[in-house]
Design a protein around this ligand. Structure first.
Ligand SMILES: [Zn+2]
Length: 1013
């Protein structure tokens, strides 16, 4: 009996062993036309910094914060892909990929190239990072994408086809048409749109659309765009990281918990559920999420089994896919898609949760990124003029740091504090190297030689009145030389201000002619800022200090410089400062007019408040008031279920009340008058100081604000705004830019795509601003331009509002797990962050504001660049070339065109981009086609080849156009739309035509490597 039992056990055991032989899964499924096709898209979302720094994420350190290691992802991926030729993976962030790639052996690199060639590994999106779409400037978006795309092209000779912006917090029009269609992308996918919009789109099967982001370029720059049904993760229950809690597919009958049929049923149910909200018989599953595939085998093992058993089951067809394959399937269906225009801002993920706080979060980092963006543009020009030095300093590390800083948890301000510090450190290192490039190039050009006798210094902390090179004692015989570089393609005339230690100085131009200048005191508020922030930034307390600002008018040629000298001397009577000090005593009722030119601002004599705006030149007269107030950030504690608690934080803006900021006494104002400009100083309260400048020769006012530290001793987080109020009847309508480019119409409490349920009347009407905001009525338009990305709105008719600074005490529970409470420390103290910045405003007759917004907007983006040198004696021996222009001296770019890139690449080719600055119909004179003569841009060089490329310069434009998919949008008739574009460039004449809003990119080869000089 016992033996028989033993035998029986043996036989049964043997039989089971025989059954459990090596299993081959059939993973080779392709699209099946008459079935529902489930495209499994394996991916990992790797943030280029967030809770950890980019390097910590890459190497996998600091895992107590987050167990994430991108090196593991890429290391484990390669054997997993090699194990089955049907498996596929997409990779996105090149800042990570290049870190990994340079560490790989030639043998591994060869294998990876084969995987790319075979389509198993596909690069999509392909920029250095997955950039944000609200707080980014379009030039930065282009630059960081170009960096990644050219890297992929060089290493793999491929061009990414798909946009993959799955995590950014709302989506911009510029992303769709410029960083989508103009890159040659066939489609563009994303995860975050407003929850109300998403619900409606699901009901109408309208998550996937044809998006025309540009009014000017219309269908010629449209793209197929798909919002995911929920987020960028797999359907619930299909997470297969090694420690995920989804049920794995257990198909071994020898073991307990065999579950194949259950898992197949789950799969089919999830597929049909998604099919119910999707057009065509193709759905995409995003198989992965943040930092997944660190152990890629678990994902692929389970997907292998699902594909095998689901297809055996036969109700749906599952396949390994990529967004490219999915896009081709959608295209082949010949379906018509809903037409989408404008953008997907603002984003709310549930009631009371508008992600509009990050438009302003970390305003100092935002400014640092913007300033360095303009600096990078100028530095590449000067690098080109001297000739790129492969051995020496270059602009590359600044390009890398700026690329990383565009990430959707970098410039957004939604990273942890230590990560924000890391971004700033990278930018600072990049700046230092680029500063070297600029100084060396300017010295080289000024001397007409490579002699390095001339040492030039720059002042990155000029905004806090800190500039050691200009704060020098100018004894007789000594001169301070100021070189002023203009990176714009047209001549500029602008007031330059530098700190000096003596009022007895004169300014001469390079011919020796004394020019008009103005001396102003450095006020106490600025000195306090200088003392604390110079110590915090430089590591030591500044010695002495400037007593004055010296201002003078500089005239600078296009892409060139002028040189001015400052020396001690008796100031001529006409240039002396006429200072008038005014303090309201409460009894004076006369209006105070400020401004030495056509533009006058009017202040009340009784309370010192701004009351009016008058411009005698264009006959504009308007009432105008300005105020400051703050919102108290909600801490979410009063929310009652089922409403989810929501605090105001790094991402989300959720005010619970608003308070006007008024000093207890009447606001004392001080007016400083001078020949070049007047200043109005206002101590708004103990932590807000404001200087308003009205220039003699400018038709706009400039407001410099110093806000902070925002007090929190009452236990309340605060979000500080300023409002400018006019009598303009804008009827709820205002306009904000998309990434500094197209202006989009915004209507308060309204969305064109759905019937908005308003639950946050302030936060839900906030929009990102990178260039400006304006409103208009039948007579007038009122515009404000900004110096960095901020949030803003028109909450009341006649009023525009900007959020300048925010300091909050509670995390808003979107993952960053820190309150947005920025502090700055010196050895003896830590204080809440103070922010210094500027905005500019102007009122125009209706239809005349665009010229200022566009041309002055370029000047804000590209401020004049100053370099200093001390000089002994009268002769300017070190400056053989005191003025310079890099283009033909008789030429300048048309008023409606900017040169947004001029860069010598490592291979010696020169990359240029020309951008038309106006939309169709925006300005009666300048919304017209423009022409640029390339020969005059490069007067001393011979162009032997000029190739027009895609926006990211990774393929010929004509090749890109040939491949372009033509999508069909519901209700749009392609034949009736005439879109204007510049024609081909004649290789002999070399004249580039640009239609409104067009950007054209070229790679140029010159006859031989020559200096431009
Ligand atoms: Zn992310």
């Amino acid at each position: 009996m016992a033996n028989k039992l033993m035998l029986l056990i043996f036989v049964v055991g043997f039989a089971l062993c025989v059954e459990s032989k090596y299993m081959v899964y059939n993973t080779g499924a392709k699209i099946v036309p008459d079935k529902l096709n489930v495209h499994l898209v394996p991916h990992s979302h790797d943030d280029v910094g967030w809770l950890k720094t980019v390097d910590q994420y890459y190497v996998g350190s600091n895992n107590s914060i987050q167990g994430a290691c991108v090196q593991n992802v890429l290391d484990s991926l390669i054997p997993a892909l090699l194990a089955d030729e049907n498996r596929k993976f997409i990779y996105v962030e090149q800042a990570f990929f290049q870190r990994w790639w340079r560490d790989q052996s030639p043998a591994t690199q060869k294998i990876v190239r084969q995987l790319v060639d075979a389509g198993q590994l596909e690069f999509i999106n392909g920029g250095w990072c997955m950039h944000d779409e609200a707080a980014t400037h379009y030039i930065d978006m282009i630059d960081q994408t170009t960096l990644g795309h050219r890297y992929i092209k060089e290493q793999f000779n491929v061009t990414p086809r798909i946009g993959w912006q799955i995590d950014p917090f709302g989506h911009s029009a510029v992303q769709a048409y410029l960083l989508g269609a103009e890159l040659g992308f066939d489609s563009f996918f994303f995860g975050r749109i407003d929850y109300q919009d998403r619900a409606k789109r699901k009901a109408e099967k309208a998550l996937e659309v044809v998006w025309q982001g540009s009014k000017s370029l219309g269908s010629s720059a449209q793209i197929f765009a798909g919002a995911f049904p929920e987020n960028y993760e797999p359907p619930s229950g299909f997470y297969f990281e090694v420690n995920d809690d989804s049920d794995i597919v257990q198909d071994d009958m020898n073991l307990f918990d065999y579950n194949v049929q259950d898992r197949v049923n789950d799969f089919v149910a999830a597929a049909f559920s998604q099919a119910n909200i999707t057009r065509t018989n193709h759905v995409m599953w995003t198989m992965g999420t943040d930092f997944k595939y660190q152990y890629a085998r678990t994902w692929f093992r389970n997907m292998d089994k699902l594909i095998h058993y689901v297809n055996e089951d036969g109700r749906v067809n599952a396949l390994y896919s990529t967004p490219s394959i999915y896009t081709e399937a959608k295209y082949a269906s010949k379906e018509s898609w809903p037409l989408k225009t404008d953008d997907y801002f603002p984003y709310a993920d549930r009631i009371n949760a508008y992600w509009t706080g990050y438009f302003t979060s970390r305003p100092a980092i935002k400014h640092y990124v913007r300033i360095l963006s303009g600096y990078y543009l100028a530095a590449r020009q000067l690098e080109f003029f001297k000739g790129r030095n492969e051995a020496g300093p270059s602009t590359d590390s600044l390009g890398d740091a700026l690329g990383i800083a565009q990430h959707h948890d970098a410039v957004t301000g939604t990273e942890q504090q230590h990560v924000a510090n890391d971004y700033a450190k990278r930018l600072s290192i990049g700046y230092n190297e680029a500063e070297d490039v600029i100084s060396t190039s300017l010295a080289y050009i000024a001397q007409s030689s490579s002699e390095s006798g001339l040492k030039l210094q720059q002042c990155p902390l000029l905004n806090i009145s800190y500039c050691p090179p200009s704060e020098v004692n100018l004894s007789p015989g000594k001169k301070l030389v100021v070189m002023i570089y203009n990176s714009l393609g047209w001549k500029r005339s602008e007031i330059v201000k530098i700190p000096v230690v003596s009022a007895n100085v004169i300014v001469q131009d390079s011919t020796g002619k004394e020019i008009e200048s103005q001396i102003l005191p450095v006020v106490d508020a600025a000195m306090a800022l200088r003392e604390f922030y110079a110590t915090a930034n430089v590591g030591k307390s500044p010695v002495g200090g400037p007593l004055y600002w010296l201002a003078f008018k500089a005239e600078v040629p296009p892409l060139g410089f002028s040189t001015y000298t400052v020396s001690s001397g008796k100031r001529a009577a006409t240039t002396s400062v006429r200072e008038k000090f005014y303090r309201s005593d409460g009894n004076q009722n006369d209006a105070i007019e400020v401004g030495p030119g056509n533009l006058k601002l009017v202040y009340s004599g009784s309370d010192g408040k701004l009351t009016g705006y008058i411009n005698g030149k264009n006959m504009v007269k308007s009432s105008l008031e300005q105020s400051y107030s703050y919102y108290v950030g909600d801490d979410g504690t009063k929310d009652v279920a089922p409403v989810v608690a929501q605090a105001s934080g790094a991402y989300v803006f959720r005010p619970n009340s608003t308070f006007p900021i008024q000093s207890q006494e009447k606001i004392p104002i001080t007016v400083l008058r001078g020949p070049l400009f007047d200043e109005v100083h206002q101590n708004v309260n103990s932590w807000i100081y404001q200087i308003t400048r009205v220039y003699k020769e400018k038709q706009h006012a400039e407001v410099e604000f110093i806000v902070g530290p925002i007090p929190i001793n009452d236990g309340l987080g605060k979000e500080v705004v300023t409002q400018l109020t006019t009598t303009i009847k804008n009827n709820k309508t205002f306009y904000t830019d998309s990434n500094g480019r197209d202006f989009l119409e915004r209507i308060r409490d309204y969305r064109s795509d759905w019937n908005l349920q308003v639950n946050q009347p302030v936060a839900g009407n906030y929009y990102p601003i990178n260039l400006g905001i304006y409103m208009k009525d039948k007579d007038t338009e009122f515009s404000i331009l900004v110096d960095r990305s901020v949030g803003g709105s028109s909450i009341f008719d006649g009023q525009l509002e900007l959020m300048l600074h925010r300091r909050l005490l509670v995390d808003d529970s979107r993952g960053v797990a820190e309150a947005l409470n920025e502090t700055v420390c010196i050895p003896s103290a830590c204080k809440g962050l103070t922010v210094q910045g500027k905005f500019y405003f102007r009122i125009d007759p209706l239809g005349e504001g665009a010229k200022w917004r566009r041309s002055f907007g370029q000047e804000i983006y590209s401020p004049l660049l100053l370099a200093f040198s001390e000089q002994d004696g009268d002769e300017m021996t070190n400056f053989k070339v005191p003025t310079f222009t890099g283009i033909d001296p008789s030429y300048s770019l048309p008023d409606n065109v900017a040169l947004i890139t001029l860069q010598e690449l490592a291979n010696g080719e020169v990359l240029i981009r020309l951008a038309h600055l106006y939309e169709v119909g925006e300005d009666k004179d300048l919304s017209v086609p423009a022409r640029v003569e390339l020969k005059k841009l490069f007067p001393n060089k011979q162009i032997i080849q000029n190739t027009e490329t895609s926006l990211s310069a990774n393929q010929k434009r004509e090749d890109m156009e040939k491949k372009r998919l033509v999508w069909s949008a519901e209700g749009s008739n392609h034949k009736s739309q005439r879109v204007s574009r510049g024609g081909p460039v004649d290789p002999i004449k070399l004249v580039v035509e640009l239609a409104p809003m067009e950007i054209r990119t070229f790679l140029i080869n010159f006859s031989k490597k020559l200096s431009t000089l």
